[in-house]
Design a protein around this ligand. Structure first.
Ligand SMILES: C[S@@+](CC[C@H](N)C(=O)[O-])C[C@H]1O[C@@H](n2cnc3c(N)ncnc32)[C@H](O)[C@@H]1O
Length: 257
């Protein structure tokens, strides 16, 4: 299944980065990373995660971001990063162009739920990680998200994401995926973001707009249904005092044996 999000509106990735920033910071602060580390960010998009890693890991000596979308890699390269430690490369996460055991830390955020064969990418991430290094992923489980006062649009989202994304409910599966790849003790943390911050609600509308063409192409929604859904999401976004509870994020990491 091809990546289903149209990345024309770069504001969507920036919004995701702002919302997810604290969740990623919390994971990074909990990791026992080796000093003087070489790091890889897989599915880096426009480099928001890569720059966050650079800012947070002060012992990093080299940080490479890889994404399959060359236009996002160009955007990533155009934003100045800290003192030449970061480089970006176009590439496929399922066939990373690095030697075995190259990196101390290999990270991916919000990548695997888009993939038909996430275990192939996890195996690649483990392959390029040094023995004793860390592989960490952060993925959603899109089964439940809601707002109050309630909205019919939020109730439809699990079904829509479940039909469109290759693995919309991957969060709960990550532990088993790592175990099947021979990792002895995956660490798991699950975090739910909730608040009245309008950006949480806006993110649902922006995702729906970005996946709209794919939803219509696959016959999941027709144009009228899509229009109604986006209108309802916009109504919720513009209303005051609406609590939005985002789909939980699973952070799972392992020490590479
Ligand atoms: C939702 S974005 C996440 C971007 C970034 N990691 C973040 O959290 O802000 C998913 C990214 O994965 C990339 N992607 C999807 N399939 C890929 C693949 N097979 N190899 C490399 N990148 C891929 C997309 O191009 C997109 O930039």
């Amino acid at each position: 299944m091809a990546y289903a999000i149209s990345e024309q509106n770069l504001e969507r990735q920036k919004l995701l980065a702002r919302i997810m920033g604290p969740v990623t910071d919390q994971l990074l602060e909990s990791l026992p990373l080796p000093s003087l580390s070489r790091c890889l960010d897989v599915g880096c998009g426009m480099g928001e995660t890569t720059r966050q890693l650079a800012g947070k890991l002060d012992n990093v000596v080299e940080l490479i971001g890889v994404d399959q979308d060359s236009s996002l890699i160009e955007v990533a390269r155009s934003v100045p990063g800290p003192d030449g430690k970061i480089t970006f490369q176009q590439g496929d996460a399922a066939h990373l162009s690095f030697e075995d055991q190259t990196f101390d830390f290999v990270f991916a955020r919000y990548l695997l739920h888009h993939l038909d064969h996430p275990q192939v990418v996890l195996a690649e991430m483990l392959r390029v990680c040094k023995s004793g290094g860390i592989v960490a992923v952060q993925e959603p489980d899109c089964a439940k998200q809601y707002c109050y006062p309630e909205s019919w649009a939020y109730e439809k989202i699990p079904n829509i994401y479940g039909r469109l994304f290759a693995n919309a409910f991957i969060g709960r599966q990550l532990y088993s995926l790592f175990r099947r790849l021979g990792c002895p003790l995956p660490h798991i943390d699950v975090m739910t973001i909730a608040g009245v911050n309008v950006e949480l609600r806006r993110s649902y509308r922006m995702v729906m707009e970005a996946i709209g063409p794919a939803l219509m192409e696959k016959g999941i929604l027709d144009s009228k249904e899509l229009e109604d859904l986006c209108e309802e999401l916009r109504r919720v976004e513009e209303q005051d005092d609406v609590l939005c509870v985002w789909s939980p994020t699973f952070s799972v990491w392992v020490n590479r044996t």
